[in-house]
Structure formats: structure tokens, C-alpha cells
Design a protein around this ligand. Structure first.
Ligand SMILES: CCCCCCCCCCCCC[C@@H](O)CC(=O)SCCNC(=O)CCNC(=O)[C@H](O)C(C)(C)COP(=O)(O)OP(=O)(O)OC[C@H]1O[C@@H](n2cnc3c(N)ncnc32)[C@H](O)[C@@H]1OP(=O)(O)O
Length: 361
């Protein structure tokens, strides 16, 4: 039998060499890599010169790994060889002159930049797969948690929007008169929203949000003292205009904060809304604390007079300690709370705008 050379087609990627040997129904395949980095191929099959024994050898330009992957089909023999180092080769063989039986495999051919893009796409796909897998593995209840937070934020948004819109409409219709019955018209909804807001302290404890527990505690407890203790229990306070300012300042920020969280639950954001969420507190927070402080100061003589919540004392120390003393201490705590939360919100703002800038570049 005459020994002939088959047609061999080749292509490369950064990490592999692909050879396609034009030999159908190949039998007795003998493919090996010699120590001198040369591939030896020998097989019987049907090639360009009919049924015959075909063979060829190729000395590669750079070292390849000894494992050779091959698959013989009815039409051809496919060979895949891994390069020792992942690098683009200028040509396949050590000898500069291309062997006559060798030609590019245009079905697989890519130039270096296309191959790089293919590599990048593969890498991205792999990383995406890992990130999806790790997310799923990390928290199987993520959908449930996000759903709960979304509904919570939606309910709060609707509640505070109701308060804000009602107060605004009443202000336009009744003018300053609307200041005096804010509590009677808005209190039920404000009670509902502020009771719900207790979840804002529980959520970070359960690890549902990245909020710090202390800032949330200060925020919720601070508002609840004003709402339930100062306004809720002292009837004389309920007709005072200060209620209007406190409720209006509270609800203004929430019109932006809750929709911002709702979008965060959906993994998206609106730049203007983000900016408003992280900027409006700068004037609103101090104004809110001042309004709350005015409410506390206005309630002091009432607590002195009514002795409501006064603390009984042993007779040597007097009759009882007016709750107004506790409230005076609370005024100090309030400004400490303002200072703490102002710093916290300032950090949140810096972090948010810093990370957004980084994402843009
Ligand atoms: C009986 C003893 C009582 C002692 C109490 C002491 C009293 C002290 C008094 C304090 C004075 C209070 C005054 C106040 O009542 C006055 C006013 O409110 S005036 C109106 C203006 N107010 C504001 O602007 C404050 C609004 N409130 C807040 O911003 C928050 O409550 C606060 C806790 C202060 C800060 O929020 P947070 O720490 O959560 O920051 P972020 O918004 O940046 O959120 C951090 C990340 O968590 C995600 N997150 C948070 N919550 C949710 C949620 N519900 N749903 C979904 N996701 C949520 C958020 O997206 C952030 O994630 P990422 O970092 O990935 O973006």
C-alpha cells in the first residue's frame, strides 16, 4: 500500500489548536506527540487518493500539551491540542514555510482580535453563571424578601402621599386655618405609618436591609415620642400649628425615600430621585428637629400643669417629678440624635455618590 499525505486544515484559539484531517472512515488511527514537540499522524482511510494509508507530521511553533483529543467521523478526523501557554501563534509550524498539505480551516478560522473577543465573551458568560449560581446559593429567599420590602415601601409611600396631598390641598383651600386641625384630620394615617415604621428597626436586625440599626432606631423612636406622647396624649397640643409643620416635614422626605427604596428592590434607580433622596434631608432634617423641639417646649407647661406622667417621689423629695423634666432631658437627647443621624446620612450620601461616579467611569 502506498503511503500518502491527507489534506489538513487548521485553526487556533489562544489556548488550543484545531486540526481537521480530510480522511473519511478512518481506521487504525495512530496519533502521538513526539518528544520534539512534533505530532505524528498515521491512519487508514478514504482520502484524496482513495482508500490508502495516510500519514503526516507537524512540528509545532511552540510547546503543546501531550494530551491529544481526537474524534473520527465518517467524513474527517478532528484533532484538538492544547497549547502549553495561552498565547496567539504567528503560524502553526516551526518551519517558516507552510507544508503543502496544510491550509487554514475557514470554518473555524478567527483572527487574533476576534479570538480575544470570543474569549472575553466566554469569560463573561462564566462569571455571570458563577454570580447567578452564588446568588441563588447565598439566599434562596431573596425574591420573597424583596417582595416584602417592596410592599412595605409601597404602603408607606401611599400613606405618606395621602398625608402630604391632603395637607397641601387643605392648605390651599383653608389657608392658615388648616394648621389648627392637622392632627384631627391626619392623625389616624400618621399613626398607621409610624406604627408600621417599627419594621424599619426590625428589618436591619433580620438582615433584610443594609441600614444600621441605631440610625433607624433613633429615627423611629424620635418620631414616635413626638407623635404618640406629645401629640397623642396631650389634647391641648393637638390644635397647635406646630403639628402641621412636623407632619409636613416628615411626609415630604418620605415621598422620595420610599419610591427610591421601591426602585432599589427592583434593582434599578432614577438619578433625579436618588439625588432628591440623598439631598432633601439636608434642609429637612434640621427643620424637622426644630419643629419637634418647638412641640416639646410648648408641651412642657402643659405637663407641669396637668401632672400627666409625673413620677411619684418619696415624700422627703417632694410630691412628684413632673414629666417636663424628662422632656427637657429628651430635648438634649434629640439634638444628639440629630447630630448622629446627620452624620450617618452624610456618610450615606457620600458613599452613594462616590459609588455612582465609579460606576460611570
Ligand atoms: C424613648 C427614647 C427615645 C430615644 C430616641 C432619641 C431621639 C432622637 C431624635 C432624633 C430626631 C429625629 C428627627 C426626625 O424625626 C426629623 C425628620 O425626620 S424631619 C424629615 C427629614 N428626615 C429625613 O430625611 C430622615 C429620613 N429617614 C431616613 O433617611 C432613615 O430613616 C435613616 C435611618 C435616618 C437613614 O436611612 P438608611 O440608613 O436606611 O440609609 P439608606 O437610605 O441609604 O439605606 C441604606 C441601604 O439599605 C437599603 N434600604 C434601607 N431601607 C430599605 C427599605 N425599606 N427597602 C429597601 N431597601 C432599603 C437602601 O436601598 C440602601 O441600600 P444600598 O446601599 O444598596 O443603596
Amino acid at each position: 500500500m502506498q503511503i500518502l499525505t491527507p489534506h489538513v486544515y487548521w485553526a487556533q484559539r489562544h489556548g488550543e489548536i484545531y486540526l481537521r484531517v480530510e480522511l473519511s472512515d478512518a481506521k487504525n488511527l495512530n496519533i502521538s506527540l513526539q518528544e520534539n514537540n512534533t505530532l505524528q499522524f498515521r491512519a487508514q482511510g478514504h482520502g484524496a487518493k482513495g482508500d490508502n494509508e495516510y500519514e503526516f507530521s507537524l512540528s509545532f511553533l511552540e510547546p503543546v500539551r501531550p494530551e491529544i483529543d481526537h474524534k473520527s467521523t465518517q467524513r474527517q478526523v478532528d484533532i484538538k491540542i492544547k497549547k502549553q501557554e495561552e498565547r496567539w501563534w504567528d503560524r502553526l509550524t516551526l518551519q517558516e514555510k507552510k507544508p503543502v498539505f496544510l491550509a487554514p480551516d475557514f470554518d473555524r478560522w478567527l483572527d487574533e482580535s476576534d479570538a480575544e473577543m470570543e474569549l472575553q465573551a466566554k469569560e463573561e458568560k462564566r462569571l455571570n453563571k458563577i454570580s447567578v449560581e452564588s446568588r441563588v446559593r447565598k439566599d434562596p429567599y431573596i425574591g420573597l424578601k424583596k417582595g416584602y420590602l417592596f410592599v412595605y415601601n409601597l404602603v408607606q409611600f401611599l400613606g405618606f402621599s395621602w398625608i402630604f396631598v391632603n395637607m397641601t390641598v387643605r392648605l390651599f383651600i383653608l389657608g392658615q386655618d388648616s394648621f389648627y386641625d392637622t392632627f384631627h384630620t391626619m392623625a389616624d394615617m400618621m399613626y398607621f405609618c409610624q406604627m408600621m415604621a417599627v419594621l424599619e428597626v426590625i428589618n436591619p436586625l433580620l438582615g433584610l436591609v443594609k441600614t444600621g440599626f441605631i440610625p433607624a432606631m433613633i429615627q423611629v423612636a424620635g418620631r414616635n415620642v413626638i407623635l404618640f406622647v406629645i401629640f397623642g396624649t396631650v389634647e391641648e397640643m393637638q390644635n397647635k400649628p406646630v403639628v402641621f409643620f412636623v407632619f409636613y416635614l416628615w411626609s415630604t422626605i418620605e415621598l422620595f425615600r420610599y419610591p427610591f427604596y421601591m426602585l432599589a428592590c427592583m434593582g434599578t434607580e432614577w438619578k433625579l430621585l436618588t439625588w432628591l433622596r440623598y439631598s432633601l434631608w439636608i434642609p429637612l432634617y434640621p427643620l424637622g428637629v426644630i419643629a419637634e423641639a418647638v412641640a416639646v417646649i410648648q408641651s412642657l407647661p402643659i405637663f407641669d400643669e396637668t401632672r400627666l406622667f409625673s413620677i411619684p417621689l418619696p415624700s422627703v423629695l417632694g410630691h412628684s417629678l413632673s414629666f417636663s423634666y424628662i422632656l427637657q432631658l429628651y430635648l438634649v437627647i434629640m439634638f444628639l440624635g440629630l447630630f448622629f443621624n446627620f452624620q450617618h446620612l452624610y456618610k450615606q450620601r457620600k458613599r452613594r455618590f462616590r459609588s455612582r461616579k465609579r460606576k460611570v467611569h
